[in-house]
Design a protein around this ligand. Structure first.
Ligand code: SF4
Ligand code: SF4
Length: 382
């Protein structure tokens, strides 16, 4: 997640406050998913494989604002689905900006140019455009030709209107380091910052063959960073997280650092894994068995190096051990030499498969709500 200077100041102040209050676990970024419906169907997406009754559900603007207030994180990322499909998205963002939340609106940009009038440029708002690589690579990744060109056109239009724009790239196995480096050069020419994350192996994604394991992730990022020596790629990540991607840090996941709220409720334990839902943020924090998640603890976490689990770890480390962060800032990302020891996977608990049960439960709730609404309508009419 992007944390430029103004944000760093605010987030540093927020973290200091949490430490002074003695809080062991606190959120940095709310991952707000107001809908799962999308206008693309990417091969590596694990967010859109739901029946229509669920894809048609939306969080209301009030529910989104309540989630931000309840959670208290200084930043709100709005992924999805495609948030620009949500009819109240302009209002949702306005309400969050009015609360002085740093808002990252994640979009595939197909609707961005058309919907720019819904938003006003603000130091609290930036668009994070999904772009996985150069034209052929990206269009293949999103399973549709022409998307890269439309996204680039939308980025230019948004920048011309004074909006802050970044791109977010998900990296899969088979993406050559040289091609990623060319893509990063291109983002520099476009004048946008970049966030990158290795794709998490979603169990519901159509393409299960191209997720990176941790060893391949670290080798690939080392190769990319080696190609970037002397270049000024503008990463929207802390140096420590990048150093972790290159295999130089022994981090454990911090799943509560980026809690996720969607139409099901507060998702346990993180944005990537839906193993249960809580009705309130407090219930999420109090009832999730945090120690049962993370690499080495749970099979579904075995290959994860995603930013939503490990960027908060990097932020906490930078806060608690500023010299460690300074050392990385001074020496740069190390791309040679031995890597930090890998987490032992021999004691992880096996995966549990709860997706169908959760979907059935939600569908029953939707049917019950529809029946109640119909009964109320009938009694009002009578
Ligand atoms: S654009 Fe995002 S939400 Fe939509 S299908 Fe692709 S990865 Fe999924
Ligand atoms: S390692 Fe952490 S962020 Fe990754 S899936 Fe597991 S709990 Fe979520």
């Amino acid at each position: 997640m992007a944390i430029p200077f103004l944000k760093e100041m605010r987030i540093g102040g927020y973290m200091l406050k949490q430490k002074l209050l003695g809080r062991k676990r606190y959120p940095l970024v709310l991952m707000l998913e107001p809908l799962f419906r999308c206008n693309l169907a990417c091969a590596g997406c694990g967010k859109i494989d739901y029946p229509d009754a669920i894809l048609n559900r939306r969080m209301t603007a009030q529910e989104c604002w309540d989630a931000a207030d309840e959670c208290g994180a200084p930043m709100v990322a709005i992924p999805g689905g495609e948030p620009l499909i949500h009819k109240e998205i302009g209002e949702i963002v306005r309400g969050l900006v009015a609360r002085k939340k740093f808002v990252s609106l994640c979009t595939n940009a197909l609707l961005l140019e058309k919907k720019l009038d819904l938003f006003e440029p603000s130091p609290y708002l930036f668009f994070s455009v999904h772009l996985d690589g150069m034209r052929d690579h990206h269009d293949k990744s999103v399973s549709q030709k022409g998307v890269f060109d439309r996204a680039v056109s939308a980025i230019k239009a948004a920048k011309a209107r004074g909006f802050a724009v970044n791109v977010n790239a998900t990296i899969f196995d088979g993406h050559a380091a040289e091609d990623i480096a060319k893509f990063l050069d291109f983002t520099s020419e476009l004048g946008v910052g970049v966030s990158m994350s290795p794709g998490y192996a979603y169990e519901r994604a159509p393409d299960q063959e191209h997720f990176l394991n941790r060893t391949k992730t670290k080798r690939l990022f080392r190769d990319v960073f080696a190609l970037g020596k002397g270049k000024k790629w503008n990463f929207m990540h802390s140096g420590l997280f990048l150093d972790f991607l290159a295999g130089n840090q022994e981090f454990e996941c911090t799943p509560w650092g980026m809690p996720a709220r969607n139409i099901f409720g507060w998702q346990k334990p993180c944005y990537l894994l839906g193993e249960g839902y809580a009705k309130t943020f407090k219930e999420l924090m109090d009832t999730t068995e945090w120690d049962s998640y993370g690499t080495g603890k749970y099979e579904k976490c075995a290959n994860c190096m995603a930013h939503c689990g490990y960027e908060p770890t990097a932020a906490n480390t930078a806060f608690s051990h500023p010299f460690k962060a300074l050392a990385v800032a001074l020496r740069g990302i190390r791309t040679k030499g031995p890597m930090a020891p890998e987490i032992d996977l021999s004691k992880q608990r096996p995966a549990q498969y709860v997706f169908s049960e959760q979907v059935q439960k939600k569908l029953s709730e939707i049917r019950r709500d529809e029946t109640l609404a119909a009964q109320q309508k009938a009694s009002t009419a009578a």
